[in-house]
Design a binder for this molecule. Structure first.
Ligand SMILES: O=C[C@H](O)[C@H](O)COP(=O)(O)O
Ligand SMILES: C=C(OP(=O)(O)O)C(=O)O
Length: 449
């Protein structure tokens, strides 16, 4: 793992191709120094862990497991705190427990965490009160504050991204293996929540059932290790290629390249050009790869992506994350699923019900309706049911905090509430209550499927 990718044939082939959405770094020499420093840093994850996740995703692709992938739209350096990380993890663990128990399916848990610091944007600039500045591209690139100084891309931020990811991953590993994620804690995860929210109360009833089932198994002498720790993986969008490539290493066991900045990386809707640098980069690494598929994706695009990224047709290698929008999923998804399935490819199909359903409220807040999110997931399940294929999971933007960024949900948030706790640096996230609501509804859909 010590050899960096630049010395490996294939480690730098992406550099010859157009790379969309890259920061306009003003100081190239500073960038080169940062890249050299990042190349000397230790890996954040191990190649063997990436292989293990690929195997788990293989089960998803075969229809034997369900993927829960979620976390912030954009992580922020000033949110690297025990409280934020614990809240996010707690929400994902609760959703995982709901899906496993109510959906009766093994759940592969993957955070949008410990690396989700870079954002592709629709426009290069933002104008406020007649002042135009470069758009915010995530904490790895520039500052959120609307000042000229903050918005200048600064490569030193890539080092902060590495350190923030390392600190986050360290705590996530401690939480998931050090007792906090023990299934006997199902009630503890809910303690601060149960009284106030309908989702919390519904969860509490489910936790009591899980308790009874565990007591029964305990009485039978069954108390497996799987109840005490949780397998949890980290993922992010592989957007800023100088960063991802600096953290790409040769695996000493196999000679293969792995992007050791996270277990799984995905390529976004704005950077999945078939002849572009991102797909080339992803084609050279052995991590499990996700690709977002928006409503303009053609079946031919999807088939070429399979050819480029999964030529061996290895279940778990490639995850297609559709993000069509509630009004399009039923029209656009079937042809992709049909033709990819007919080609013999063994991809996992996941639904991102967030990115196709964003709109701007009259107050100027970017938001999403919980009902649209739910409807896209429903459409996704309907398509797979009709085609006899497996609805493999969901990919959601969420937080464990009680923010007011998306409207609707059981503990209803109205458009007029959005200003109360609107904290996202980019796109609106489901709060904890909305996330749990979604998990219950998805578990029902899965069971019915
Ligand atoms: O999270 C996804 C994208 O970065 C985001 O939707 C882009 O938002 P924008 O259209 O405001 O640039
Ligand atoms: C940018 C994102 O999504 P998409 O590429 O699907 O727009 C994202 O998931 O952060």
């Amino acid at each position: 793992m010590t050899v960096n990718a630049e010395t490996h044939a294939g480690g730098h082939t992406w550099r010859d191709l157009p790379a969309a959405q890259q920061p306009d770094w003003p100081d190239q020499e500073a960038l080169r120094d940062v890249i050299a420093e990042l190349q000397s840093y230790p890996p954040l994850v191990f190649a063997g862990e990436c292989d293990q996740l690929r195997e788990r995703l293989g089960a998803v692709a075969r229809g034997e497991a369900f993927l829960l992938q979620g976390g912030d739209c954009a992580e922020a350096f000033d949110a690297v705190s025990a409280e934020h990380i614990r809240n996010k993890l707690k929400t994902l663990l609760q959703m995982g427990a709901v899906l496993t128990y109510a959906g009766s399916v093994p759940v592969v848990k993957v955070g949008r965490i410990a690396g989700q610091y870079s954002k592709p944007r629709s426009k290069p600039t933002e104008t406020r009160d007649g002042v135009t500045l470069p758009t915010y591209r995530g904490d790895s690139v520039n500052g959120f504050e609307f000042t000229e100084a903050a918005r200048i891309p600064d490569p030193q931020r890539l080092k902060r991204m590495y350190h923030a990811s390392a600190a986050t991953l360290n705590l996530v590993r401690a939480f998931t293996t050090g007792g906090y994620a023990d299934l006997r804690q199902v009630h503890a995860w809910n303690q601060d929540f149960v009284k106030s929210s309908p989702a919390g109360q519904r969860y509490e009833a489910l936790a009591r059932e899980i308790d009874r089932a565990m007591n029964f198994m305990n009485a039978c002498g069954v108390n497996p290790e799987e109840f005490r720790t949780v397998e949890f993986y980290a993922s992010h969008e592989a957007l800023v290629l100088d960063y991802e490539s600096s953290l790409t290493r040769v695996d000493s066991r196999t000679g293969n390249l792995y992007d050791v900045s996270g277990h799984m990386v995905w390529i976004g809707e704005r950077t999945r050009q078939l002849d572009g640098a991102h797909i080339e980069f992803a084609s050279r690494i052995r991590n499990p790869i996700g690709v977002k598929l928006g409503p303009t994706t053609t079946a031919e695009d999807a088939l070429t992506l399979v050819e480029r990224l999964d030529p061996e047709r290895e279940p778990g290698r490639l995850t297609f994350i559709s993000r069509m929008g509630a009004d399009k999923v039923r029209d656009k998804l079937p042809e992709l699923v049909e033709k990819v399935t007919a080609s013999g490819a063994k991809v996992a199909w996941i639904c991102d019900p967030m990115h196709g359903n964003t709109f701007e409220a009259a107050s100027g807040h970017k938001t999403r309706r919980f009902d649209d999110v739910l409807d896209e997931v429903k459409g996704f399940f309907e398509v797979h049911k009709r085609l006899g294929t497996h609805p493999g999971g969901i990919h959601v933007e969420l937080t464990g905090d009680d923010v007011t960024e998306c409207v609707g949900g059981g503990d209803e948030i109205f458009v007029d509430d959005l200003h109360q706790r609107y904290e996202t640096a980019c796109d609106p996230r489901l709060n904890r209550s909305q996330s749990l609501d979604l998990a219950f509804l998805v578990a029902e859909m899965y069971r019915d499927q």
